[in-house]
Design a protein around this ligand. Structure first.
Ligand code: ZN
Length: 304
């Protein structure tokens, strides 16, 4: 498997020596999220009780390729993430820059996944995905083939979806980070798609590793909105957009992973968790989302 050998060479260009401190989740983006949470500290969605001291760093890219990714990150921070933290109703324009950023992040997460324990049945698909995305990032391929990338936003989860989940809440949906691979199933447990994901605060990037469901899936699941490389004409936010239920279920599963006891489940868990940092709320957005959670899970009168 040529992808695994010689880890001291840059994984992207395979020419230059790799530097030792490439961040799997982009440093600039993580820093921008940190600024929002202030004293509460950065959290992972799967371990909301623990502060993240340092995000994963590996030997991955040479300085030149690192600079290429840095340009995508600068652009994403400037045109998407920071504006969204000021006004979460802004239009997120799908264009080549957004797609390049998404692929660069998901590719990194997937390469990192390859270096960990991976089910052997999934390995060939991961390798194929890594190769397809590398070709795209190198400019050797014009598209992603079957390994499409999608973007879901926290604002696209409905009140009902959050309310009927086990562990989701507004604050964690907006401010946590997470990365990994997962098998997405539909509402009756039929496997649909193996995916890699990177959650950067309110932006949840998902990429296809393998389509598992071979039949006609239209009646079983909603269409996932693919990141298009051309700018969309519409300039208004589509209020009708909703995150597919199977993605919500995957997020909920992730958020439920490290529950310590039944008491961690909502609404009790939230009451404790949220009350703990309400006083810290450093900015209006955190405070507003916290209040939304309180209303949703405690009820307007404070009843559980
Ligand atoms: Zn390189």
């Amino acid at each position: 498997m040529d992808i695994m050998v010689d880890t001291t060479t840059c994984f992207l260009c395979r020419k230059m020596p790799a530097i030792e401190n490439s961040h799997i989740l982009p440093k600039l983006i993580v820093r921008a999220i940190c600024e929002q949470v202030g004293g509460r500290g950065l959290r992972e969605m799967s371990t909301p009780r623990l502060r993240v001291e340092q995000t994963a760093v590996v030997t991955l890219l040479c300085t030149k390729c690192e600079a290429q990714f840095q340009r995508y990150e600068d652009n994403f921070a400037r045109s998407c993430l920071r504006p969204y933290f000021i006004d979460d109703q802004i239009v997120i324009k799908h264009d080549a820059q957004l797609l390049a950023f998404a692929v660069s992040v998901l590719w990194r997460v997937l390469v990192h996944t390859l270096n960990q324990r991976v089910p052997s049945a999934l390995l060939p698909y991961i390798v194929r995905t890594v190769q397809a995305w590398r070709a795209y990032l190198r400019g050797d391929a014009s598209g992603l083939g079957e390994h499409k990338c999608y973007l879901f936003l926290d604002r696209e989860l409905s009140v009902e979806q959050i309310k009927s989940s086990r562990c989701l809440n507004y604050v964690d949906l907006r401010f946590t980070i997470e990365q990994g691979a997962a098998l997405v199933t539909n509402f009756i447990g039929v496997p649909i798609r193996n995916v890699v994901y990177a959650k950067l605060g309110p932006f949840i990037f998902v990429g296809t590793i393998q389509d598992v469901f071979c039949g006609k899936a239209d009646h079983l699941m909603a269409t996932w909105r693919e990141i298009a490389s051309h700018a969309q004409a519409d300039s208004a936010v589509d209020d009708g957009v909703q995150v597919p239920d199977e993605i919500v279920a995957t997020l909920d599963e992730l958020a439920s992973r490290w529950r310590f006891s039944e008491g961690d489940m909502k609404p009790e868990r939230r009451a404790q968790l949220l009350a703990g940092f309400a006083a810290l709320a450093p900015n209006a957005m955190l405070k507003r989302l916290h209040e939304k959670d309180e209303t949703l899970f405690r009820g307007p009168n404070g009843a559980p």
